[in-house]
Design a protein around this ligand. Structure first.
Ligand code: AP5
Length: 215
């Protein structure tokens, strides 16, 4: 049986940071809808251009486009043993679509770790975040700095600050999260999959808590 796990949480909760660590332990792939959009943006595809028009405003990319992109990604061979989904689903319609996609593969969701952080911490984490150009590895100038300033420890590529980490866009992303994504907490709680994780702790401690819930 494959392991399909969803990391839920507000912008800046640490989903990407934890995903990098958890996939190493579990040997499954990391599927981040945000990273898929950014890859399309780098390659200057139509999907990338469309996504940018929403991402720059802190709005969600429309469900039909996002679901089609993730559905396609889940058909790849490397998903046969499962996947860690980060940033998807983000609306009730996406959650229902994912249930259907997995049911078609005779698979289901193993659990949904929900990384809970207060709003002020989300803002602080995003304002100090630096991301690697090559593969999206994540650092924080205060809490998780790279060994050499501006350079990714893992692949040596330059680090940059995301356009959507500007203060006003962050505020809009948090608002959109509360309105459109937070209802999923209840959705996954009702079907017994939700595992609430205290996201205010240190990175290693959070990884341990998540792994305890999964394994
Ligand atoms: P996306 O890229 O998914 O962004 P997000 O969900 O807003 O999440 P982030 O990547 O900002 O934060 P994170 O939780 O991964 O935190 P991180 O680990 O980096 O989406 C971007 C946009 O794409 C959306 O706004 C939307 O437009 C579009 N989109 C994406 N998916 C979509 C979907 N499904 N539907 C529609 N539209 C979609 O950590 C943050 C910082 O904190 C880092 O600097 C890190 O080093 C630091 N940190 C992490 N953990 C800790 C800790 N425990 N202590 C101290 N510092 C920490």
């Amino acid at each position: 049986m494959a392991h399909f796990i969803i990391l839920l949480g507000p912008p800046g909760a640490g989903k990407g940071t934890q995903a990098e660590r958890i996939i190493k332990k579990l040997g499954i792939v990391h599927i981040s809808s945000g990273n898929l959009f950014r890859e399309n943006l780098e390659k200057e595809t139509d999907l990338g251009r469309l996504a940018k028009s929403y991402m720059d405003k802190g709005e969600l990319v429309p469900d039909n486009v996002t679901i089609a992109m993730v559905r396609e990604r889940l058909t790849k061979l490397d998903c046969q043993t499962g996947a860690l989904l980060d940033g998807f689903p983000r609306t009730p319609a996406q959650a229902k679509a994912l249930d259907k996609i997995l049911a078609e593969k005779n698979e289901s969701i193993l659990c949904v770790p929900y990384i809970k952080v207060p709003e002020d911490l989300s803002v602080e984490r995003l304002s100090g975040r630096w991301t690697c150009r090559e593969a999206g590895h994540v650092y924080h100038e205060k809490y998780n700095p790279p060994k050499e300033k501006g350079i990714c420890d893992i692949d040596g590529s330059p680090l940059y600050q995301r356009d959507d980490d500007k203060r006003r866009t962050v505020e809009q992303r948090i608002k959109v999260y509360s309105q459109q994504t937070a209802p999923l907490i209840d959705y996954y709680d009702k079907n017994g999959l939700l595992r609430t994780i205290d996201g205010t702790k240190e990175i290693d401690e959070i990884t341990e808590s998540i792994l305890k819930e999964i394994t």
